[in-house]
Every structure is written in structure tokens, then in C-alpha cells.
Design a protein around this ligand. Sequence first.
Ligand SMILES: [Cu+2]
Length: 144
Amino acid sequence: MKLMSVLVLFSVLFLIVGCTQAGTPASSTAATESGTDSLSESVTVTITSAGFEPNEVTIPVGGTVTWSNTDSVGHWPASAMHPTHTAYPGSGIEKCGTEEQAGIFDVCKDLAQGESWSFTFTEQGSWNYHDHTVLGKYGKVIVQ
Ligand SMILES: [Cu+2]
């Protein structure tokens, strides 16, 4: 009879453990729902000797991209197309050095090693850019 009560005790314990474990998956589902359709307002693109990393970024309208040069040589991110830089609305290399420079997608100079530059995109679209100094390096900013 003592063996019987031990068996009952074990089966009760088994039920309790089974119930508490069955309850755990519910809490982990909430984590997978967030973060799919919210874009980051600010993104950093690292410039290396290999080019722009990441090569393509997506931000919301009003989002900011910061280019940070980690290479030992200078780099000059600017809107397509070389050499005029007019693809992004309002931009153009002829505005470099004028008071309109602050509003154009163009650094207007080489970024030295360790230097960074930020631009806020107010125009929706897919904006290609290039390195005006080291030709052949391209990137894209998608503004949604
Ligand atoms: Cu250029």
C-alpha cells in the first residue's frame, strides 16, 4: 500500500510539471511579432577600401543616413549621377560651396579617416549614389 501512495505522488508531480511546461510557449510568441514593419530612423554606412557597407539601406521618409569613413584614404559620397550629382531632388555639385550645400545629397569634399557625414532624406524613392573620389564604388538609399 505504501508503494501505491508513492506512485500516486509521482503521477501528481508529473501532472504539475506537465502543466507548467505546457504554459511556457505562449510568452515567446510576442517577441516574433515586433520589428518587421518598423524601419530604423537612422542608419550608419561604413566606408572601407572595399566600398560602402552595407551597400543598400532602407529608411522611412525623414530618416537619416550617416556615412562614416574608416579607410585611410578620403571618400566622397554623393548623389548619382557622376559628375553632376543631380539625381536626388535639389542636388547638384554646382551647389557645393554655396549656402544651398546643406540641403543637397553631396558631402562636397573628401571625408577623412574617422570623419562622418549625415544626410536626412525627405524625398521618397530609390536614390543611387557613388564615391566621387574613388570611382566605381556605388550604393543605394531606399526611402519608403
Ligand atoms: Cu561624382
